[in-house]
Design a protein around this ligand. Structure first.
Ligand code: CP
Length: 334
């Protein structure tokens, strides 16, 4: 299932996620969406905050049934999708995968078709297999939307968009800057990270010219520099003068044999510490998609520090997921 990054990204480019008029039919990846389309998602998400910055409720999904199929563990994505669905007025059903008939050998396609027969309008899916959301999108009936909640190593498009919304709200609006002017460093296990792939794609499309990836060789995918990023093995050089630091956890569940001598050694070499944050621009944002491993990729003092927007990312996730689901439902002609 694991192919090269080039194959994965090329595959995504040909996905059937847009209608002919460019509206969203499914939301499978950020690859293949242009800058205007990504900005539309950010604008739509911004519309879900009131003047005080609190999330609002709408009736955009009233009468619609959304099913959440999380075949892989999740705290943030699953809960914020459900919160978003309820804020849009949808009927929400969460399939208990551990008790589902997938454990009796039922295929993903049969599970999908049976749930579809229960009048689902939209599925949100997380799966450990890269391509699972795309597979489902190519097997659902017309007028049913698939939203990718993270598939294997491949993509986590709503995470990328909530990260873009966070940068927009916390940095672009604060400092009156556009994405074109920013330097962004992504630190950690780039190789096994769907978040890194989707973020690199979204940042590039939004015009960021200086994207840096910082990791030991063992945690970098082959050919990464072809995607217009600068590669650093020295974290101190990599974070110098950046506007945004994005930390990533080591994806142990996707690594067969240990790639690192020890977590304490890793923290010493690549941990996001106060002294390293001080090398970035003053007021640089510190971000992390979660779950975090404190003392491995990030110091607690940084995670809980003044420059951290990690919990704001979580809240922005509700607005972005509201936006994506409302746009996809509209793109289904509903
Ligand atoms: N960032 C993220 O996807 O977190 P969860 O695995 O908790 O959903």
């Amino acid at each position: 299932m694991h192919t090269t990054i080039a194959t994965r990204l090329n595959h995504s480019m040909s996905l059937p996620q847009l209608n002919n008029d460019g509206t969203i039919r499914h939301f499978l990846g950020v690859e293949g969406l242009n800058r205007t389309q990504l900005e539309n998602i950010i604008d739509k998400a911004m519309g879900y905050f009131d003047k005080e910055g609190r999330l609002i409720n709408t009736d955009e999904l009233v009468g619609k049934t959304v099913m959440n199929l999380f075949f892989e563990n999740s705290t943030r994505t699953r809960t914020t999708f459900e919160a978003a669905q309820k804020r849009l007025g949808a009927n929400v059903l969460n399939l208990d995968i551990a008790r589902s008939s997938t454990n009796k050998g039922e295929t993903l396609r049969d599970t999908l078709w049976n749930l579809e027969a229960m009048s689902a309008d939209m599925f949100v899916v997380r799966h450990s297999a890269s391509g699972a959301a795309h597979f489902m999108a190519s097997h659902v009936t017309p007028n049913v939307a698939i939203i990718n909640g993270g598939d294997g190593w491949h993509a986590h498009p709503t995470q990328a968009m909530l990260d873009m919304l966070t940068i927009h709200r916390e940095l672009c609006l604060r400092d009156n800057k556009s994405f074109d002017e920013l330097s962004v460093a992504i630190i950690g296990d780039i190789k096994h990270s769907r978040v890194a792939r989707s973020n690199i794609s979204a940042l590039t499309t939004l015009g960021v010219k200086d994207i840096r990836v910082i990791a030991p060789k063992t945690l970098l995918p082959k050919g990464i520099s072809r995607y217009g990023v600068r590669v650093f093995e020295d974290i101190d050089k990599g974070v110098a003068d950046v506007d945004v630091i994005i930390g990533l956890r080591i994806q142990n569940e996707r690594i067969g044999s240990p790639l690192l001598p020890s977590t304490s050694e890793y923290f010493k070499m690549y941990g996001i510490t106060d002294s390293r944050v001080a090398l970035a621009k003053p007021n640089a944002l510190v971000m992390h998609p979660g779950p975090m491993n404190r003392g491995v990729e990030i110091a607690s003092s940084v995670a809980d520090g003044e420059q951290s927007v990690i919990l704001k990312q979580v809240n922005n996730g509700i607005a972005v997921r509201m936006a994506v689901m409302a746009l996809a439902m509209r793109g289904q002609g509903k």
